[in-house]
Design a protein around this ligand. Structure first.
Ligand code: MG
Length: 161
């Protein structure tokens, strides 16, 4: 059986924070605000993986009221999500592929995409060809276009054998 999941997340861009996307620290004058490292693309991917298994969302598994998750690397949370979904399937699960999009006016992300894909693939123990990360702008429109925040979307396809 195949199962599909989708995820969506937004974080606000503020001064005085690092910009971390899929575990890559990207040089920029602002970073994303959040309880964890606010790694918006990993949050969307984790919600897609949990959603595919109907296991709720990251807010349920890693509540921001819990100090254990304050400032935590979302790569560590992604590894934890992998564990949660594998356990739920009695280890009969295969991550077929993940496709994702970061919606960001600035900075340009092209040079960092392959490092992001590698970080995600490593955390999930899958080959990099199963992980797609894309980036787009919204042409100056809305909150991403005005540089107020970054949004991300992801879909994940799982096979339960
Ligand atoms: Mg988030």
């Amino acid at each position: 059986m195949y199962r599909i999941g989708e995820g969506y997340d937004v974080h606000k861009l503020v001064e005085g924070r690092d910009l971390i996307l899929a575990g890559v620290k990207i040089p920029y004058e602002k970073g994303l605000l959040g309880h964890s490292d606010a790694d918006v693309i990993l949050h969307a991917i984790m919600d897609a993986l949990l959603g595919a298994m109907a296991l709720g969302d990251i807010g349920k598994h890693f509540p921001d009221s819990d100090d254990r998750y304050k400032g935590i690397s979302s790569i560590e949370l992604l590894k934890e999500v992998r564990k949660i979904i594998y356990e739920a399937s009695n280890d009969k699960l295969e991550i077929c592929n993940i496709d994702s999009t970061i919606i960001c006016q600035r900075p340009k992300l092209r040079d960092y995409i392959d490092e992001m894909r590698k970080n995600i693939a490593d955390a999930l123990s899958v080959s990099i060809d199963r992980i797609s990360v894309k980036a787009t702008t919204e042409e100056g429109l809305g909150f991403t276009g005005e540089g107020m925040g970054i949004a991300a979307r992801a879909v994940a396809l799982l096979e339960i054998k």
